[in-house]
Design a protein around this ligand. Structure first.
Ligand SMILES: [Zn+2]
Length: 382
């Protein structure tokens, strides 16, 4: 049963290394050791990039089952049958270019389609990054949340054809077609677009005349648009003023285009590089424009811990790069070990978790004891 864990220790550092050496960010030369091996300059996630790390100091919460409400009318038998476990891991997939051939930062349309098929077959259901960050997990009972994220707003992510229809080979077109065939899979994803960069095809999906319409369509479908800064600036190299300007004005540009009071509340850090003062990610102000973010995305790390886990940090949400090696590993693991997945009770206001002795070893002792008052905890014996 523990074989997959070991496998990850071999594979994931290579993936992290490959990511640092490739595409979406050439690593800074200063991040290379004297031997020339690039290492992640950020302190988190841990190099093993695995959410099993047990908390070092938090004592296990009381394993006793409390008087339980019955979310959505579910009995303990129902919960057992669906394997409800809202302390399980949540995959957050990270896409960049959507184009052939497949490469480190390119996923072909055929593979995107295949990813959706695999996720659907495994019982996943798409939610926004914002909902994961805030712990508002609203998916049907028995389903598992997954977050699809798209960085850098390249045209392959969302393209209109000359006749005004959505390009069926763009990610948006693929998701729409998938929804048409699987109505219980909504067209929900989180996009982290760029506002101003040298490559025109990566400015708000590359078709300026359609930029506003695309952003509005994403939101109307139930999806999310977050910030990826204004110019893809590396925040580890920026001043506090620059950081606040990048975050405030990227959010404002998106909010102005979407309209209707839309608020940008999450961030994907370019190249996963964090500023020294991470409080700047939470809120700030520049030239009269303020911003506040409830969550931020890393570029690597593996599956995310549940938002109800002590291992969850909303400003360091781990992601799984949409590459064969990473997806095969993580989706293979969830297939082999469904007990490690977040499985919903169907009620976003109730956090349902098996009693401690009913949890897999990897998930024991990590339930948060500081859940907000808006959430009710339910424990049951599986
Ligand atoms: Zn990027």
């Amino acid at each position: 049963m523990h074989r997959p864990m070991k496998r990850s220790l071999h594979i994931l550092p290579l993936i992290v290394l490959a990511m640092l050496l490739a595409g979406c960010g050439s690593p800074p030369s200063s991040s290379s050791t004297p031997t020339g091996v690039a290492v992640a300059p950020t302190t988190e996630p841990s190099p093993t990039a695995h959410p099993t790390t047990p908390p070092t100091s938090t004592p296990a919460p009381s394993p006793t089952s409390e008087p339980s409400p019955t979310p959505a009318g579910l009995s303990d038998d129902d919960l057992q049958r669906i394997g409800a476990n809202e302390l399980g891991w949540v995959p957050v997939l990270e896409y960049h270019l959507i184009e052939s051939p497949d490469a480190d930062y390119s996923r072909s349309p055929a593979k995107v389609r295949q990813d959706l098929e695999r996720l659907y077959a495994l019982g996943f259901y798409p939610i926004t990054f914002r909902d994961l960050a805030s712990g508002h997990i609203d998916v049907p009972a028995g389903k598992s949340p997954v977050v699809l994220t798209f960085d850098d707003s390249s045209d392959g992510q969302f393209r209109y054809l000359p006749d005004g229809s959505v390009d069926p080979t763009s990610a948006w077109g693929i998701m729409q077609a998938f929804h048409a065939e699987h109505p219980d899979w909504p067209v929900v994803a989180t996009f982290f677009p760029l506002i101003e960069v040298d490559v025109p095809s990566r400015v708000l999906f590359g078709q300026p005349e359609y930029a506003q319409r695309k952003l509005q369509e994403i939101v109307r479908a139930g999806g999310e648009v977050g910030s990826h800064t204004y110019t893809h600036m590396r925040l580890d190299l920026a001043t506090a003023d620059q950081i606040q300007w990048q975050l405030a004005y990227s959010a404002k540009a998106i909010e102005d285009l979407i309209g209707g009071g839309y608020k940008v509340t999450t961030l994907s850090l370019p190249l996963g590089m964090y500023p020294e003062d991470e409080s700047l990610l939470r809120s700030g102000e520049s030239e009269g424009v303020s911003y506040s973010f409830i969550g931020a995305a890393e570029v690597a790390g593996g599956a995310s811990p549940s938002p109800f886990s002590t291992n969850f940090d909303p400003y360091h949400i781990r992601r799984i790069q949409a590459l064969d090696a990473e997806l095969d590993y993580w989706l293979g693991l969830f297939e082999e070990r469904p007990d490690l997945k977040f499985i919903s009770d169907g009620d976003p206001t109730v956090v349902t978790v098996p009693v401690e002795e009913g949890l897999p070893e990897e998930l024991q002792g990590i339930l948060r004891t500081d859940l907000p008052d808006s959430l009710t905890l339910r424990r049951y014996t599986p």
